[in-house]
Design a protein around this ligand. Structure first.
Ligand SMILES: *[C@@H]1O[C@H](CO)[C@@H](O)[C@H](O)[C@H]1NC(C)=O
Ligand SMILES: *[C@@H]1O[C@H](CO)[C@@H](O)[C@H](O)[C@H]1NC(C)=O
Ligand SMILES: [Zn+2]
Length: 344
């Protein structure tokens, strides 16, 4: 059953070509996170997901990609990215009010599902939906091209990789990580996660891991996740296309470009996992752990409970920019351009 589901996910990922870290990257982020959650957070998450297996987060890490590819789940497509309308490689930056589309983006979605996952007014099904989205979006947001509007996050940059014609976005999502690891199974993800965890605990990431979560606060998830998006977006100027997009279209990206990018890919996957573990711990502590009953009763009576539609989290409405129109066109025609994508 688990095997079948994964095969289906891999198939969907290669068909849509717009999915974010492929299933390998998302499962690795989830396994890293599983290592950093407290035992209380783990039990809570396992309860919400009704899964006490050792892959409880990794198994659902790509659910959001398979869901968005269905007719019923299309509404959630814009939650997988924030289209920063900056100007790489000259300037890179993210501005929530400028860049988040009117139907939402990764930043508003992370805020919305952070609010929802711990809200006792919701059914367990809704909490599980929120948790599955969070596990996925905290991965997406560390992929630099998920924080970039240029050529619709690089989906419009045609390149050659290992002899295949594809686009820059899918190489970052899927093909470069798979070149490094040599597969995309849950076992591959688990072994990659193990390597990254040891780099965090005692290796090359040890001195910087604290900075990855510095200032993260669930009382201000918009500011927090905008910072995550900005952090990843900066790599668009320095690593993804330091000499512009045309420079990537003159020959095969393997091995020279791959070699220039792979350290950043590993760093971002490690970062996503470490942040996710910490974020879930923060949610658990602030919203789930049994709080002082008197304080809880008072809070419930006094506080204006959040609007669970998350409407108030969205940026102010404004006219569609050229980049937002391009994105809308791509979402609408996602399934005819898919056929250009290759499998390897
Ligand atoms: C939880 O999972 C078990 C088996 O894995 C299943 O039998 C049970 O119905 C599930 N419970 C809910 C509430 O979905
Ligand atoms: C918040 O989540 C709910 C449930 O998935 C969804 O209906 C709503 O559109 C979301 N709101 C935002 C702003 O993302
Ligand atoms: Zn995604």
């Amino acid at each position: 059953m688990a095997r079948l589901t994964k095969v289906a996910l891999v198939a969907l990922g290669s068909v849509t070509g717009v999915s974010a870290w492929g299933s390998l990257g998302h499962a690795t982020v989830a396994y890293v996170a599983q290592n950093y959650v407290t035992s209380e957070t783990a039990s809570w998450a396992q309860g919400v997901l009704n899964d006490t297996s050792s892959s409880y987060l990794a198994s659902i890490a790509s659910w959001a990609d398979s869901y968005r590819a269905t007719t019923a789940g299309k509404w959630s497509s814009s939650f997988h990215y924030i289209d920063a309308e900056d100007n790489p490689p000259t300037t890179c930056n993210v501005d929530y009010q400028r860049d988040c589309g009117s139907s939402g983006c990764s930043v508003s979605a992370i805020a919305n599902y952070t609010q929802r996952v711990g809200d006792s007014r919701l059914s367990n099904d809704h909490k599980a939906e929120a948790l599955k989205f969070l596990v996925h979006f905290l991965g997406d947001i560390t992929q630099p091209l998920h924080d970039e509007a240029y050529e619709t996050g690089g989906n419009g940059i045609a390149v050659t990789y290992k002899g295949y014609s594809d686009n820059l976005h899918s190489d970052w999502d899927t093909y470069m990580p798979e070149s490094l690891i040599g597969g995309s199974s849950l076992a591959d993800a688990q072994s990659w996660a193990k390597t990254l965890i040891s780099e965090i605990d005692s290796g090359s990431y040890k001195s910087q891991a604290a900075s990855w979560i510095k200032g993260d606060t669930i009382s201000d998830p918009i500011t927090t996740s905008t910072r995550w998006a900005s952090d990843a977006n900066a790599f668009v100027c320095t690593v993804v296309m330091p000499d512009g997009a045309a420079a990537l279209q003159t020959g095969d990206l393997y091995p020279t470009y791959y070699n220039s990018a792979i350290d950043t890919i590993e760093l971002q996957i490690a970062k996503g996992g470490y942040r996710l573990g910490h974020w879930l711990n923060l949610i658990y502590t602030a919203k789930i752990a049994k709080r002082d009953v008197e304080a809880f009763v008072k809070e419930t009576r006094d506080a204006a409970l959040p609007d669970l539609s998350g409407r108030d989290l969205l940026p102010k409405p404004r006219a569609l920019s050229r980049a937002k129109l391009a994105r809308a066109a791509m979402e609408g025609s996602c399934c005819s351009s898919e056929k250009r994508d290759h499998e390897h």
